[in-house]
Design a protein around this ligand. Structure first.
Ligand code: MSP
Length: 527
């Protein structure tokens, strides 16, 4: 559908509990989903869990639990709650153990077989269980320390296992030319540019057919035409994006509405799984005769000591550790503003504390409290009527218009940090304006009442635009701000049009404002 925005996160392995690396992708997807909803688009935001395969099966066995019970427990007690922790408003949550998923996966692979893209063969080669991926010899690095002399996976720094089995192959090689042609024609389908270049050079090296099933694994979805094999976990997992919108109903023609309404998707992924999303998945879609994803955006890693934060290296920080101290709004703001989306970044307690104090408590929070305190003191807690604007006012009015429209454009190119910074520039400019205009001085002389009202209106109306622009980033604080401004008469904050946030003069004159506790309370203790 023309107005559709279908955004997905990767589905996360449930071999362990989530860390901030996982929350990072979900936050970005949630921010984009909220932004596009505020444009009035038909948004569908999907996230979920990847539950089959060797990695999850081994985690369950190591804990003496059956795989299904292991997954149920982690999903209920860790993966679903983390969505609340970071205040993500997903529309759906798919688990690869859902019946709808199993049905869709089997229907899909049956179609690929019927279309002539599945053959039988023998596979022998290195496999990384951490990545759940067959590796090419050129992918591996030499092990060090306890793994000296062994070939290791560059992501997990652990030895690969040599697998040898008879299984089914997906004829990936048949799609090399079509994919190259597609991406040459639509470079915007893989972002950022570095990701595009990486995929193109991989494609140009040539594609080999790839094993799509496993005979040695039990925990998975059965190959529909062979009860002795299960579908390779990645070729089960990638299909979640289709099965969640009822691919099964689409394939057998019983109900095509959901799939037709949402597909194609925008996939946000970590850069480690780019190849799966920009090569294998599109090839599968071509083989099934389906449209290719709208965009695959590969973001960077949260690093610890220069390496990817990971469960297997025990460097993960639980999102709640940060949220309990700073709140979910600050968590979202920090990760989305401090790291350019697409690049690697590091988390530090010092950095988040410093930004919380400078940008949220002293920046936005203070501005909102100062305004409502002055409206209470000078305007009977009402939004006043502005008189003629002076050049200093016009500068704010122009900045709001310009930055709001630039922020909206930045979101189209996934420049999330830039969008946030553009709103922050408005906050900084208005704080400066307050200092320069000194309404408390104007208030001393009744002759200045018209000017005082104009200045206070400019501040309030700029804050109205700020509340709208920051709502996808910080839903809770901006809702409180909306109430403080008495803006409810404009309707709910989430229902505002973000694309026209910069049009001046929306806040109703006479709206009753509310004085509240600080939007971002000062931090009680040092972390
Ligand atoms: N299950 C597969 C994905 C299947 S999608 C069809 C998988 N799962 S995962 O649990 O390893 O998580 C993958 C995603 O979590 C990454 O692609 C990334 O989005 C996010 N991150 C995990 N660790 C991360 C960092 N250290 N930094 C940033 N994002 C990270 O791969």
């Amino acid at each position: 559908m023309a107005n559709s925005f279908y955004i997905t996160t990767p589905i996360y392995y449930v071999n362990d509990a989530p860390h901030i690396g996982h929350a990072y992708t979900t936050c970005a997807a949630d921010l984009l989903a909220r932004w596009h909803r505020m444009r009035g688009e038909d948004v569908w935001f999907l996230t979920g869990t990847d539950e089959h395969g060797t990695k999850v099966e081994r985690a369950a066995v190591a804990n003496n639990v059956a795989p299904q019970a292991w997954c149920d427990n982690l999903v209920s007690n860790s993966w679903l709650p983390v969505l609340q922790t970071i205040n993500a408003a997903n529309d759906d949550f798919i688990r690869t153990t859902d019946e709808r998923h199993k049905l869709g996966v089997q229907a899909f692979w049956q179609r690929l077989k019927d279309n002539g893209f599945v053959s039988q063969g023998k596979y022998e080669g290195p496999y990384c269980v951490g990545c759940e991926e067959f590796k090419l010899p050129g992918d591996l690095i030499a092990g060090t320390g306890e793994f000296e002399g062994k070939e290791c996976c560059p992501v997990h720094s652990k030895p690969v296992e040599i697998l040898q089995e008879n299984n089914y192959f997906f004829e990936l090689s048949k799609f090399q030319n079509d994919l190259i042609a597609h991406y040459q024609q639509h470079p915007e389908r893989i972002q950022p540019e570095s990701a595009y270049n990486e995929v193109m050079s991989f494609l140009k090296q040539g594609l080999q057919d790839i094993s799509m099933s496993r005979s040695s694994v039990a925990w998975g979805i059965q190959v529909p035409w062979d009860a002795d094999q299960v579908i390779y976990v990645w070729f089960d997992a990638l299909l979640n994006y289709a099965t969640a919108i009822n691919y099964a109903g689409f394939a057998d023609g019983t109900d095509r509405t959901q799939f037709e309404r949402h597909w194609p998707a925008v996939h946000l992924v970590g850069k480690d799984i780019l190849r799966f999303h920009a090569v294998y998945w599109p090839a599968m879609l071509l083989a099934a005769g389906l449209p290719l994803p709208q965009t695959v955006f590969a973001h960077g890693w949260l690093l610890v000591g220069g390496e990817k934060m990971s469960k297997s290296k025990l460097t993960g920080i639980a999102p709640a550790q940060i949220v309990d101290h700073f709140g979910s709004d600050a968590f979202r703001y920090y990760f989305m503003r401090a790291i350019n989306f697409g690049q690697d970044g590091s988390f530090s307690w010092e950095d988040i504390s410093a930004r919380y104090t400078a940008e949220l408590a002293n920046g936005l929070g203070n501005l909102a409290s100062r305004l409502t305190a002055m409206l209470e003191k000078y305007c009977e807690t009402k939004v006043p009527q502005p008189a003629d604007y002076q050049p200093a006012d016009q500068l704010i009015i122009d900045l709001v218009a310009k930055n709001a429209s630039s922020a909206d454009a930045a979101i189209d190119s996934f420049e999330i940090a830039a969008a946030i910074t553009l709103t922050k520039e408005i906050i900084d400019a208005v704080n400066m304006y307050v200092t320069e205009q000194a309404p408390w001085v104007l208030a001393k002389d009744l002759a200045n009442t018209a000017r005082l009202h104009t200045v206070l209106y400019v501040i309030a109306e700029a804050l109205r635009a700020i509340a709208v622009l920051h709502h996808p980033v910080m839903p809770i604080a901006t809702s409180a701000l909306w109430e403080m401004l008495g803006a409810d008469a404009l309707g709910e904050l989430a229902a505002q049009s973000i694309s026209t946030a910069g049009s001046w003069g929306q806040l109703p004159i006479g709206a009753v404002t509310v004085k509240k506790e600080s939007l971002f309370p000062r931090l009680a203790e040092e972390v």
